[in-house]
Design a protein around this ligand. Structure first.
Ligand code: CUA
Length: 335
């Protein structure tokens, strides 16, 4: 019950004040996260003992040898030079400690990195952009952004393998409850895997300074039940809805420069620079996790993206009220 409540607490589902919290690395819900927590606890335990011993000796020495009120003499204490035993001890013991920690870290890194993907592992390719995440599902043939749906896998058999790269600068993919950080580097592909045990939303963010809006490069892994995941992929595979009623709005959108950067599959809008909008309304947030995806925020975002995310590469299009109405109603049809 306690763990369930803690989980609910850690899996924040809506943006807002609470979202700024970084999910807890000490409550992992995936295999790489478990292994890293063990290594972290061991490191903390060893360094805590060192801290207590060193700080204790300092406090003791400062107290024991403080200047007494009746001591006016300026005589230096006895000067002691050289003690082979003590010097050997404070050289060898720290070296041994460092090697133990190196060994433990190397073992955890190797066991995470050398794990081979199960035969039916889901493959997801994530491309870092300033300041959002492109999420490709090559086996399913669609692309989305910022919200990564994967199957939850209580037995660990449906792990998701993630390929990471970048088109501009170095970013870093980090979902604290699932695994450690992994960089997204231009012209290079890095790999990692995650196997979230429980369905839910796992919060994360870019963990490598990548420019003005680094702090607003949020991401969420949404672990679905197998049925929900299947429903979601089938829905994402369909081209954009094409409702005859909305054709004036669609035409208005198509006539704007939006189409240079955004793709809406099944329409002439094929831009690749910004997030794919084919199923925009299936996402919980806008602007890489910065805004809840609702009518008010969508309209404000389209009116001036620089307000919510100063410095981002989506310009204010200076749309008229009528154009805003049309674009909002078109985008909101993209379920
Ligand atoms: Cu991308 Cu920091």
């Amino acid at each position: 019950m306690f763990l369930y409540a803690l989980n609910a607490f850690l899996q924040v589902q809506v943006p807002g004040a609470a979202e700024k919290r970084i999910a807890n690395i000490f409550k992992p819900l995936a295999t790489p996260g478990d292994l890293e927590r063990q290594a972290a606890y061991l490191t903390l335990a060893v360094t805590a003992v060192i801290f207590v011993v060193v700080a204790g000796l300092i406090v003791y020495t400062v107290w024991r040898f403080r200047r007494k009120p009746d001591d006016d003499s300026c005589i230096e204490p006895a000067q002691v030079y050289g003690s082979n035993q003590i010097e050997a001890a404070w050289t060898i013991i720290p070296i041994l400690i460092v090697f133990v920690l190196i060994g433990v870290s190397a073992r955890v890194i190797a066991s995470v990195q050398n794990a081979s993907p199960p035969a039916h592992a889901l493959k997801v390719r994530i491309v870092g952009h300033q300041w959002w995440w492109e999420v490709q599902y090559p086996d399913y043939g669609f692309v989305t952004a910022n919200e990564i749906h994967v199957p939850a896998t209580p037995d660990g058999k449906q792990a998701t393998y993630v390929e990471l790269t970048s088109v501009d600068v170095i970013h870093s993919f980090w979902i604290p409850q699932l695994a450690g950080k992994m960089d997204l580097i231009p012209n290079r592909v890095n790999y990692m895997w995650i196997d979230p045990r429980e369905p839910g939303v796992y919060m994360g963010n870019c963990a490598e300074y990548c420019g003005t809006q680094h702090a607003n490069m949020l991401l969420r892994v949404i672990a679905d039940t197998p049925q929900d995941f299947q429903t979601w992929t089938q829905q994402q595979q369909t081209p954009a809805v094409s409702d005859a009623q909305l054709s004036p709005a669609r035409d208005a959108f198509g006539a704007l420069a939006c189409v240079n950067c955004h793709q809406v599959r099944g329409t002439p809008s094929v831009g690749k620079f910004g997030p794919d909008l084919t199923h925009l309304m299936s996402r919980q947030t806008l602007a890489a996790g910065v805004l809840v995806n609702d009518t008010k925020n969508l309209r404000a975002w389209l009116n001036d993206p620089q307000d919510a995310k100063p410095g981002c590469f989506m310009p204010s299009m200076k749309l008229t009220e009528q154009e805003l109405d049309q674009v909002v109603s078109y985008l909101q049809s993209l379920k």
